[in-house]
Design a protein around this ligand. Sequence first.
Ligand code: SAH
Length: 229
Amino acid sequence: MPFSRDRGMRQMLADIDSEVGYTRRLIGKAALDRRVMDAMARVPRDEFVPDEMKALAFDNGPLPIGHGQTISQPYIVALMTDLLLPQADQQVLEIGTGSGYQTAVLSLLCRQVYSMDLIPKLTDAAASRLARLGYANVRIRSGNGYHGWPEHAPYHGIIVTAAAPYVPEELIDQLAPGGRLVIPVGLPHFTQQLLLVNKDEQGRTHTRDILSVAFVPLVDSPTATGDEQ
Ligand code: SAH
């Protein structure tokens, strides 16, 4: 069958809904926020995957994007966006730009998205892709996400789309009171736990363990970014 964005998108949204249903006890809800699903419906995932992957663009799974990295599974993107749930007047920080897909979804929900990735070739490609597709409220740069992007802090939400061995203290520091951090924590090559960290008005953090996930590692050194694919 020839590739059809509309058909692919309908299938992707249905698959997300089903997986939300299977995991409802873990995530504590039977459906994701309507605004999140609307944003998922508006971002053409096929624009964010390599040409040879277009036929698989709407499958509910991760796909390789080069440099040893992946675009995350649609269900996970939707779930993490739902946990972060940025409001229209807020700004958020994303660590792990990758293809820019998660960046695009977030940009439809909030005022401004800052996104950074260790691999300059990925940030360059994501920045031009997002500009071409008309996502104007995003700023992208390369850099080590363990240190966040302090110049624009504090953020109402911070989302980390790679697995960290611990919650980086500098990201907590850059969270506004009342803000949320969504981050997979655990060892690379094993499953990790997706955590939702809330910072209260007094600056205390409260952590909720959501479910097991499998992410590429948040690496700590620019030399450890994997070979070009
Ligand atoms: N959100 C992306 C998926 C990203 S995959 C998408 O929607 O396509 C994880 C990304 O984290 C990779 O691109 C990888 O280069 C990046 N990454 C790994 N370690 C990092 C670090 N220390 N700082 C910033 N980015 C990092």
